[in-house]
Design a protein around this ligand. Structure first.
Ligand code: ZN
Length: 83
C-alpha cells in the first residue's frame, strides 16, 4: 500500500513514541524523515529513514545527497510507525 503517495519506495517503519533527530549529539525532536537508499546495500525499493530536526534537515540531506543516497524528505507525521 502506497500510503505516502511515494513513487517507488517503501520507507522502513520508525519507532512508536518520541522521535529524536539522527544528527550526532542532537537531542531535538525530529520534524522530518529523510528517505535514502544505498544501492550497494539495499534493494531498490527499500528506503532507510533518518530523522532530522529543523536545524539538521539540510545538513543531513546534503550528507546523503553528496553520496547520491538521498531520495526524499517527508514530515515525520507521514512515516509509518512500528506498532
Ligand atoms: Zn537535530
Amino acid at each position: 500500500m502506497d500510503v505516502l503517495g511515494l513513487t517507488g519506495g517503501t520507507p522502513d517503519a520508525v519507532p512508536d513514541g518520541e522521535l529524536i533527530c539522527s544528527a550526532k549529539g542532537c537531542r531535538e525532536q525530529a520534524a522530518w524523515g529523510l528517505l535514502w537508499n544505498n544501492p550497494k546495500l539495499h534493494t531498490p525499493q527499500r528506503r532507510k529513514v533518518w530523522l532530522a530536526c529543523d536545524e539538521h534537515r539540510e545538513h543531513l540531506e546534503q550528507f546523503l545527497g553528496a553520496r547520491s543516497f538521498w531520495k526524499q524528505t517527508v514530515p515525520v507525521a507521514e512515516l509509518e510507525r512500528v506498532s
